[in-house]
Ligand binder design. Structure first.
Ligand code: SAM
Ligand code: SF4
Length: 378
């Protein structure tokens, strides 16, 4: 069997300001912290065993697109020499306010194929409710620049169930995004992450969560995007033919990936672990030599099978349970199959011929299904 595709994730932990909902590890950049970060990535990359060519690269954050063009080039050179040839897909996350021709030019020269831009909303009131610093005019200007630069694939991130949002406002956001003609759309339901500004507002009763509205908007989005020619391939992800994000698919299929940078996770060579979510602690780990990962766990086949099911049911393609069963015969399959039969009886899953996938109703409760899968695996 050929080896599974190997991905490379680089976490760039810099943002101009912290959005009110965001719990990703990020800090505000200084000239010095950026230089320390780049030196750290070079040192960390030197400690990796590059066993085979990299299929997909993803620079996430934080905001990788906030680095100056010369720093993007430097990071790109550090990464590119390790890839063993041009990767099939290379994504860079950007925010609308930082999309300049100089940055885009540097990324194109490096061989970046895909830009993912956080739009969240086109409406000033909702952008303000999210503590998002950009304007709708900046979104249009940035999108135009990205398209002119000629990247093979462009994604826009949107968020729904934002405090104060009404159903028609969300439909208008989806319409406006579709009208721009991106190749891919990620639509995320707002999660109130601990210790964010919005979480504090929720705890203080200044805003509230409306679970029924969330379910309604999920369904409305799925219908609206299907009608617009975007096929859903995961609970929150939609693409025109040939534009699904290969890097994320690789992760959700429980293949292998190398993570560089603070807070980045890795799964490779029979173990999984994450780097410290702190620039100084990550740099200290890198300086000790080797990998900076903490909390390493050995990847048993049973753990991989469990995670393949938890993440796999979020994808429209579902999971080849029979293949996992053949690979890991000792896992508690009777309990898992009892669960899958019950989910099918309840109209939440389609289960037969050794494959399982969720129905639309099932995808609405994918988190709860994941929790039940965990219980079945004991
Ligand atoms: C790392 S950010 C994207 C890149 C860039 N920093 C930006 O914000 O434009 C990834 C995406 O995750 C989504 N996201 C982040 N925090 C979220 C939350 N609490 N609830 C739902 N979606 C969230 C946003 O849509 C965001 O664009
Ligand atoms: S959503 Fe993006 S820009 Fe906002 S704080 Fe998080 S990583 Fe930074």
């Amino acid at each position: 069997m050929p080896p599974v595709p190997l991905g490379l994730y680089v976490h760039v932990p810099f943002c101009a300001r912290t959005c009110d909902y965001c719990a990703f590890y990020q800090i505000s950049p200084t000239g010095e912290s950026i230089q320390r970060f780049l030196a750290g990535i070079a040192a960390e990359a030197a400690g990796v065993e590059w066993t085979r060519p990299i299929a997909t690269v993803f620079w996430g954050g934080g905001t990788p697109g906030l680095l100056a063009a010369r720093d993007l080039r430097r990071l790109g050179e550090i990464v590119r020499v390790r890839c063993g040839g041009p990767p099939r897909e290379w994504t860079v996350e950007m925010t609308p306010g930082a999309v300049t021709e100089a940055r885009l030019g540097a990324l194109r020269e490096l061989g970046v194929t895909r830009i993912s831009m956080g739009v969240q909303s086109f409406q000033p009131a909702l952008l303000a409710a999210l503590g998002r610093p950009h304007t709708r005019e900046q979104v249009y200007r940035a999108y135009d620049r990205v398209r002119t630069a000629g990247f093979a694939s462009v994604n826009l991130d949107l968020m729904f169930a934002v405090p104060g949002e009404r159903d028609d406002a969300w439909a208008a956001d989806v319409n406006e995004a579709v009208a721009l003609g991106p190749d891919h759309l990620s639509t995320y339901c707002l999660t109130f992450e601990e210790d964010t500004r919005l979480w504090v507002k929720l705890a203080e009763g200044q805003v509230r969560r409306d679970v029924e509205m969330e379910a309604r908007l999920y369904r409305a989005t799925w219908a609206q995007l299907a009608a617009a020619g975007y096929a859903q391939y995961e609970v929150s992800n939609f693409a025109r033919p040939g534009h699904a994000c290969l890097h994320n698919l690789n992760t959700w299929r429980m293949h292998e990936w190398i993570g560089l940078g603070p807070s980045a996770a890795s799964q490779q060579g029979g173990w999984r672990g994450a780097n410290p979510a702190d620039l100084d602690r990550w740099l200290a780990g890198v300086a000790r030599g080797g990998r900076a990962t903490e909390d390493r766990v050995r990847l048993t086949p049973a753990l991989l099978a469990e995670d393949a099911l938890i993440f796999g049911v979020r994808m429209n393609e579902g999971v080849d349970v029979a293949a996992w069963r053949a690979r890991v015969p000792a896992a508690p399959w009777p309990a898992v199959e009892t669960l899958l039969t019950r989910l099918a009886d309840e109209g939440l899953a389609v289960w037969g011929d050794g494959r399982v996938s969720l129905t639309e109703r099932g995808r609405l409760v994918a988190d709860a299904v994941g929790a039940e899968v965990m219980t079945a695996f004991g």
